[in-house]
Design a protein around this ligand. Structure first.
Ligand code: SF4
Length: 70
């Protein structure tokens, strides 16, 4: 599954790392980036990360995380 982030929408709430600590990390300002690909705005989520990533997607208050189910 494709996961995208929109750091411009991120309000640095920290929820996504609580729910998916292996997928998301933050800059010093608390803005989201992908832990394994810090320069990328999209990744293919690994099978074992799907469940936690879906939780983070659902909890993000600003829709700064997008998931493409196709
Ligand atoms: S849950 Fe959304 S708003 Fe909160 S830190 Fe993560 S991407 Fe940013």
């Amino acid at each position: 599954m494709l996961c995208q982030i929109v750091p411009e929408k991120c309000i640095a709430c920290g929820l996504c790392q609580i729910y998916a600590p292996t997928v998301f990390d933050y800059t010093d300002d608390g803005l989201v980036f992908f832990k394994e690909e810090p320069l990328s705005k999209e990744i293919i989520v690994k099978e074992e990360q799907l469940e936690t990533c879906l939780k983070a997607y659902q909890k993000c208050p600003t829709r700064a995380i997008l998931l493409d189910h196709n």
